[in-house]
Design a protein around this ligand. Structure first.
Ligand code: GDP
Ligand code: MG
Length: 163
């Protein structure tokens, strides 16, 4: 059985980089509902022998500080309701931010399956951020580098039992 995975998290943590890595050159399917195209991008992902639908969330990038929280909540809830599994991404080089804490709270309340990914995990600059991620109450983080392709077997191992 196939499943869908939504990648959520604050701007600039590396969501689209992971989306592109999982989808590769396969054409992304674009939802042409008004307002959806810009905020949610869907593609057919491959990871090892897994085939699944991956949803990239954008649409927070141009939000102002005042509108960010409301938009985050709406967009995240929509992605969570659409997808079987949520991959919540933080930037391990920055560590856990107050915005990350808000996402974590939404996900703890709403999402059935959450995978916590500490991205930008290549190198020792990420060590402290990976440890901080344990404090989010979303289980053990998977340390990945979307840009360098590190941690993909570990991500596979987390997804495989849920497939
Ligand atoms: P998004 O806003 O969450 O979709 O983030 P993007 O995928 O656009 O990435 C934001 C920035 O982080 C870009 O400059 C990426 O090249 C960079 N980035 C993404 N993944 C990694 C990573 O694993 N390591 C490092 N060092 N940079 C990364
Ligand atoms: Mg993006």
């Amino acid at each position: 059985m196939s499943f869908s995975l939504a990648i959520v998290g604050r701007p600039n943590v590396g969501k689209s980089t992971l989306f592109n890595r999982l989808v590769g050159r396969r054409l992304a399917l674009v939802d042409d509902q008004p307002g959806v195209t810009r905020d949610l991008r869907e593609g057919e992902a491959r990871l090892g022998d897994l085939r699944f639908t991956v949803i990239d969330t954008a649409g927070l990038e141009e939000a102002t500080d005042e509108s960010l929280q409301g938009r985050m909540r709406k967009l995240t809830e929509r992605a969570v309701d659409m997808a079987d599994i949520c991959l919540f991404m933080i930037d391990a080089r920055v560590g856990v931010t107050p915005t990350d804490e808000i996402f974590a709270e939404i996900l703890r309340k709403r999402a059935a399956h959450v995978i916590l990914a500490a991205n930008k995990g290549e190198g020792s600059a990420a060590d402290a951020g990976v440890l901080e991620a344990y404090g989010l109450g979303l289980g053990e983080p998977v340390r990945i580098s979307a840009e360098h392709g590190e941690g993909m077997p570990e991500l596979y191992a987390m997804l495989q039992p849920l497939a």
